[in-house]
Design a protein around this ligand. Structure first.
Ligand code: GRF
Length: 221
């Protein structure tokens, strides 16, 4: 008798247009990610990402941060919703809120984020503008495990592209999203849900081998 394989469960947390969410939905549908998205949670009720989730038949939960008195109370409610779905992996995909330490420490090695720069360069906002102002020849995006340090958790995967002479912040942002983020996030998620990537004592291991601090680097020049 064939054993039934239960796919890993993902909860994806968003704040915006959800283009990364779409890449993850597509990856789950075409089999490149061995998982199913059991819920999409947004802190913003009016975003296109929710429409993408609904179109894909994925349950959506809106948890509007404006209805909570403090960061702690919001994060508590968010954790309750996440835990109700019992996900194997929590995927932050453009979730534009700083998370409290109490929240983050609930999910060691179980929460990923994607950031639009080659960390540790440019944590925070305006990453593309900052890369251009510094005259960087290369730029990209990073998938990392989430820790208490904003954009500072252990790095799993980076994707690198060349900065073009004619790039401005908008064109660079668009190229990083389309050419890098939508490619590396599904790859990183697949590493995690298949157990190829793990976090142990703050170090990312891929197939049992500790990665350097910059993670695995994919050059897409
Ligand atoms: C992405 O650029 C991601 O790197 C950043 O937020 C943006 C989200 O875009 N964290 P989208 O909502 O996935 O289109």
């Amino acid at each position: 008798m064939l054993e039934e394989v239960i796919p890993a469960k993902l909860v994806v947390v968003i704040s915006g247009s959800g283009s990364n969410l779409q890449a993850i939905i597509d990856g789950c549908n075409d089999g490149s990610i061995s998982a199913a998205i059991c819920a999409v949670i947004s802190n913003n009720p009016d975003v296109y990402g929710l429409e993408r989730a609904e179109n894909a038949g994925i349950p959506c939960v809106v948890l509007n941060h404006r209805e909570y008195a403090s960061r702690e109370s919001y994060d508590h409610a968010l954790a309750d919703v996440i835990d109700s779905f019992q996900p194997d992996l929590i995927v932050l995909a453009g979730f534009m809120r700083i998370l409290s330490a109490d929240f983050v420490t609930r999910y060691p090695g179980k929460m990923l984020n994607i950031h639009p720069s080659l960390l540790p360069k440019y944590p925070g906002l305006h990453t593309h503008k900052r890369a251009l102002e510094n005259g960087d020849k290369e730029h990209g995006a990073t998938v990392h495990f989430v820790t208490e340090e904003l954009d500072g958790g252990p790095i799993l995967l980076q994707g690198v592209i060349a900065v073009n002479r004619e790039d401005d912040a908008d064109s660079l942002s668009s190229r990083v999203q389309k050419e890098v983020e939508h490619f590396i996030y599904p790859v990183a998620i697949q590493y995690c849900v298949t157990g190829h990537a793990t976090l142990s004592n703050g170090h990312v291991c891929l197939d049992g081998v500790a990665l350097p601090t910059g993670g695995k680097v994919i050059t897409l020049l």
